[in-house]
Ligand binder design. Structure first.
Ligand code: GLA
Length: 387
């Protein structure tokens, strides 16, 4: 990878500088969807694919950014004193936003740099390529100025970039998984307290298979913000009868008892998903620890159904791909992953006839939608780092 980045760097920037390298993974969430901003549990892991940077220091306060994934955009050049979000800067707004927010938090640095970005996470697939760009930039900025920033603080600043600079009201899951990932482990994170524990992913005879609907996620940001607002409305209604700070503070039983307080039937369904998904996540992690992968798979399936019927973030393509997987007896569980509205599914699949399974799922999906899906057999990798 370093050689490849080297070549691109020297071609783009025409320089023979000594380079430094950085990496941040993508993430997949195994269960616990749309719970993070409701103060609930999530269970993501970092992937072994991600975003790389090759960087050379400069002697001024200019940053020049180039992405090998968007070569048509060319080199974006900005001064560290002018990091406002500009539409025409496109993907480069993510690294710019990171530096801007870190500077706002007192991590002021005067040294500019030239950087080549290269990512091998499929774009727009819901595997957090944007959070990956954020974390890899944060690692670079931290290293360049020797700040030695606490990792959770870094994660929070990157979430702030999404919320305040990009304008997506996302929770903390993606940045946390990418910043704190550990090889062969998933992270059980309580998004209310930020308490977390690592759970080993020992999938003997099993593989995690990510399938891309290849349906671009349209209007995802606005619908995402809409779901958040619906949850906030439901919470407000519930707070008239119970003292809670988040929807996920409720058990399913307590929710059933007081759900009548939610006036809008749509908001009620959204809240039901958040509460039940939080409980599913808790049970799923217990099942994984007991190595009861059948039960874990069943909970993945139930998660998808809840996201489809109550949260309404799946859509025809994700449903078709998941249903195609459910037809296979050697698929223990399958669900959409990430925000939804297109993007990817994640499935737990027995290794017996992996090629055959993947081929049949792909065929069924294509017959229904006319789109050829893509499959990735992924490994669980480490969090963001200097390489
Ligand atoms: C996106 C957001 C996360 C989380 C998921 C849904 O990935 O960035 O914070 O809300 O959707 O679980």
């Amino acid at each position: 990878m370093k050689d490849q980045l080297n070549k691109i760097f020297h071609k783009v920037f025409h320089s023979e500088e000594q380079l430094d390298y950085f990496f941040a993974p993508g993430r997949v969430n195994l269960i616990g969807e749309h719970t993070d901003y409701n103060g609930g549990l999530v269970f993501p892991c970092a992937l072994d694919v991600g975003t790389y940077i090759a960087m050379a220091k400069r002697n001024d306060d200019i940053i020049r950014l180039y992405s090998d994934n968007f070569p048509e955009k060319g080199i974006m050049e900005v001064a560290l004193s002018d990091l406002a979000n500009k539409e025409e800067d496109d993907w480069a707004n993510y690294p710019k936003g990171v530096i801007k927010i870190m500077k706002d938090h007192g991590y002021e640095g005067k040294t500019g740099f030239d950087a080549v970005f290269y990512g091998n996470i499929p774009n727009g697939a819901g595997l957090s390529s944007s959070a990956s760009i954020e974390l890899v930039t944060a690692i670079l900025w931290d290293w360049l100025h020797g700040f030695q920033i606490d990792r959770v603080e870094m994660v929070k600043m990157c979430q702030e970039v999404e919320n305040k600079y990009i304008g997506v009201n996302s929770g903390i899951m993606d940045q946390f998984a990418i910043g704190m990932g550990k090889e062969d482990h998933a992270i059980l994170l309580d998004c209310n307290t930020l308490d977390y524990e690592y759970a080993p992913i020992q999938l003997e005879g099993m593989k995690l298979v990510i399938a891309n609907t290849n349906k671009r996620r349209t209007l995802a940001d606005s619908k995402y913000n809409e779901r958040r607002a619906e949850c906030e409305q439901a919470l407000k209604d519930l707070q008239s009868v119970v003292s809670i700070n988040h929807l996920c503070d409720l058990s399913t039983e307590k929710f059933e008892e007081i759900k009548h307080a939610i006036k809008d039937p749509i908001a009620l369904n959204r809240a039901k998903h958040a509460v039940t998904e939080n409980e599913r996540t808790k049970v799923a992690v217990e099942k994984l620890k007991e190595m009861d992968l059948d039960a874990f798979g069943q909970l993945m399936n139930q998660s998808h159904i809840s996201l489809r019927d109550d949260y309404e973030v799946t859509g025809d393509h994700l449903d078709a791909l998941v249903e195609a997987a459910w037809e296979e007896t050697d698929v223990l569980g399958s669900r959409m992953t990430g925000a939804g509205f297109g993007g990817c599914t994640v499935s737990l699949v027995k290794e017996v006839d992996l090629d055959g399974i993947v081929e049949r799922i792909g065929k069924r999906y294509e017959e229904k939608t006319g789109i050829t899906p893509e499959f990735y057999i992924v490994g669980v990798g480490t969090g963001a780092k200097k390489v």
